[in-house]
Design a protein around this ligand. Structure first.
Ligand SMILES: O=C(O)C(=O)C[C@]1(C(=O)O)C=C[C@H](O)C=C1
Length: 369
């Protein structure tokens, strides 16, 4: 007997078992899908105010499957499968449109795809403020915007858009943590690179790598990492710092992977929409406020949260752009706006603020996608 035929004989009964299990899986998946269709009927009939995308329920479903999973498949794999299942659920209930800062291949695109899967309609938009505008106008159901990076801090455009859209119907309803790994993409060898294009954030996140590997190359900012890849694909002697998705989309070679200075480089994204998320028991609330220009005004507000025993997970500031040296502060606190403790703290904080807006409450993201 030929050696090459032996393994197939050994595999045949196992493959038959796999075929039978696949049949059972398909039947079960469709049984689940039929229940989802009923959920969709109830949501679409107006019997409930629960939106099609229910971040609190999504969190619950993922927590349950993590707890139930006994392996050998790791939770990350099981979770990715369930995210695709829920993506299919949206298509069955009502197809969702999700907008992000384009063009295709940006980290916002990647964050949106990891969170919402393949059964969603995606819209790539020209700027972060357009994502807010399109949500506000109702052209898209949800938008994905970057809020802060673990190496470079706040994303100013997003904070400014909250200033513009505060008091409107645009809310934060979920957050995403995405591991950000940068790549040097080019169609020429390293020693021929004269210019490196990217968005200002990745250029800063790869500062040390660029100084040691490409000390003489000019660093040029582009509107997005994908725009940078597009320029590098047609300009000789140019490279881009961008994602692998962009390398595929713009036909560039990946010369170096993971060139970020901080290997645990992570960006936090907000999902914005006109909808709210119900409390899950492990939530955050994002708040924007401004105070009088007086001694201790900021600490008065922060002390209110301390006095209610509420932990702050994030603080930032942004110029008001109306009066020089006047600022808006952004904080994230642990707890949901509907939790008594948080409701009371915000009531008390109002006494120390000229203006205070709740930007949204949402389940705390547990995993880096
Ligand atoms: O339970 C819901 O509200 C659903 O829409 C179903 C479902 C699911 O597939 O499990 C789908 C999407 C998420 O929003 C949460 C749950």
């Amino acid at each position: 007997m030929n050696d090459k035929t032996a393994p197939d004989d050994a595999l045949a009964p196992l493959r038959q078992q796999i075929d039978e299990l696949d049949q059972q899986l398909i039947d079960l998946l469709n049984e689940r899908a039929r229940v989802v269709v009923e959920v969709g009927h109830i949501k679409n009939s107006g019997q409930t105010d629960t939106p099609i995308y229910a971040p609190d329920r999504e969190q619950q479903v993922l927590a349950k499957i993590r707890k139930r999973n006994q392996g050998p498949l790791p939770n990350s794999c099981i979770e990715a499968i369930w995210r695709e299942l829920m993506s299919g659920s949206f298509a069955l209930e009502r197809p969702l449109r999700v907008g992000y800062l384009g063009p295709q291949g940006t980290f916002s695109h990647l964050a949106a795809r990891r969170k919402f899967g393949a059964s969603i309609e995606y819209d790539n938009l020209v700027g972060i403020s357009s994502v807010f505008e399109e949500v506000h106008r109702g052209h898209i159901d949800l938008g994905v915007v970057p809020i802060e990076n673990s190496t470079e801090g706040a994303v100013g455009d997003t904070l400014d858009s909250f200033l513009t859209y505060s008091g409107t119907d645009v809310n934060v309803c979920a957050e995403i943590l995405l591991g950000i790994h940068h790549n040097l993409l080019a169609n020429c060898p390293l020693n021929e690179i004269k210019r490196v294009y990217s968005h200002p954030q990745p250029l800063a996140q790869c500062r040390n790598w660029l100084s040691s590997q490409l000390p003489n190359a000019e660093r040029i900012t582009a509107a997005s990492t994908s725009k940078a890849a597009e320029i590098a694909s047609r300009e000789p002697g140019s490279a881009a710092i961008s994602s692998k998705l962009a390398a595929e989309l713009y036909n560039l070679k990946t010369l170096f992977e993971n060139i970020e200075d901080n290997p645990s480089n992570t960006t936090r994204f907000f999902i914005i929409g006109k909808q709210y998320s119900r409390p899950t028991g492990d939530d955050k609330t994002s708040i924007m406020f401004t105070t009088e220009h007086a001694a201790g005004a900021l600490s008065d507000v922060l002390n209110v949260f301390r006095d209610h025993g509420i932990n702050l997970t994030h603080i930032d500031k942004r110029p008001s752009k109306r009066v020089n040296w006047e600022y808006y502060f952004f904080i994230d606190v642990q707890g949901h706006i509907k939790d008594d403790k948080v409701t009371k703290a915000i009531e008390d904080a109002k006494k120390h603020c000229l203006q205070i807006n709740v930007l949204g409450a949402y389940p705390r993201a547990r995993d880096v996608l």
